[in-house]
Ligand binder design. Structure first.
Ligand code: FES
Length: 205
């Protein structure tokens, strides 16, 4: 992976805005990338503009850099601008290499959950389904969402954006099935199916 620019390394060494915000207008909580981990983003919003963003994490220090950068980016942005924010825009703002974009995925989910909370709506991440990748703690909902929203077409692309299937790789068959279920892969012909995919298909209702 490319080295972080110096101004980003400062967030790595000393993350900014890591604290709960007293009386936030909105807060969003999502699962991190470790078992039982949570990250929470707090927002103070005045007349449609974000004044302050802070965050906390439990049991997942890997999300601290993305949260620190996000929390410094948001103040001064309108709610509409925050809703449209994506990893590409954040990475470009901080001068990051494209390989570094996926670190913003869980923090941006926390932002979307907070914006839903601001609108008085439930978090869109409450029902994330079963764990698909146990090594990297990735649930079905996160994988399906990445496939749909980022138009992913391969296990490699799913791994890039979600980190699923980057450990022991025993979840590869499940990820392929999710790609098929989302219409991103044609169903494999029986002769092409590996034994574990055939076994997984046998488990389908
Ligand atoms: S279960 Fe997904 S990499 Fe091990």
């Amino acid at each position: 992976m490319a080295a972080f620019p110096k101004h980003v390394l400062e967030h790595f060494k000393q993350p900014k805005n890591e604290e709960p915000l007293p009386d936030p207008q909105a807060q969003g909580e999502v699962e991190g990338r470790r078992a039982d981990s949570r990250l929470t983003l707090y927002l103070r919003v005045l007349e449609g503009t974000i004044e302050r963003a802070t965050w906390t994490v439990e049991k997942d220090r890997s999300c601290r850099l993305g949260l620190s950068l996000l929390s410094c980016y948001l103040p001064g942005k309108t709610v509409g601008e925050a809703e449209a924010l994506d990893p590409e825009a954040l990475a470009a703002h901080y001068g990051l290499h494209e390989d570094q974009r996926p670190m913003f995925m869980p923090p941006l989910e926390a932002l979307r959950a907070a914006l839903a909370n601001l609108r008085g709506e439930p978090s869109p991440f409450l029902e994330e389904g079963p764990l698909v990748c146990h090594c990297l703690q990735v649930r079905e909902g996160r994988i399906r969402r990445a496939i749909r929203e980022r138009e992913l077409r391969s296990v490699k692309e799913v791994t890039y954006w979600t980190r699923a299937c980057s450990g022991c790789r025993s979840c590869r068959g499940d990820v392929e099935l999710l790609l098929e279920a989302e219409g991103a892969l044609p169903p494999a012909a029986p002769a092409e199916q590996s034994w574990w995919r055939a076994w997984l298909r046998g488990k389908e209702p």
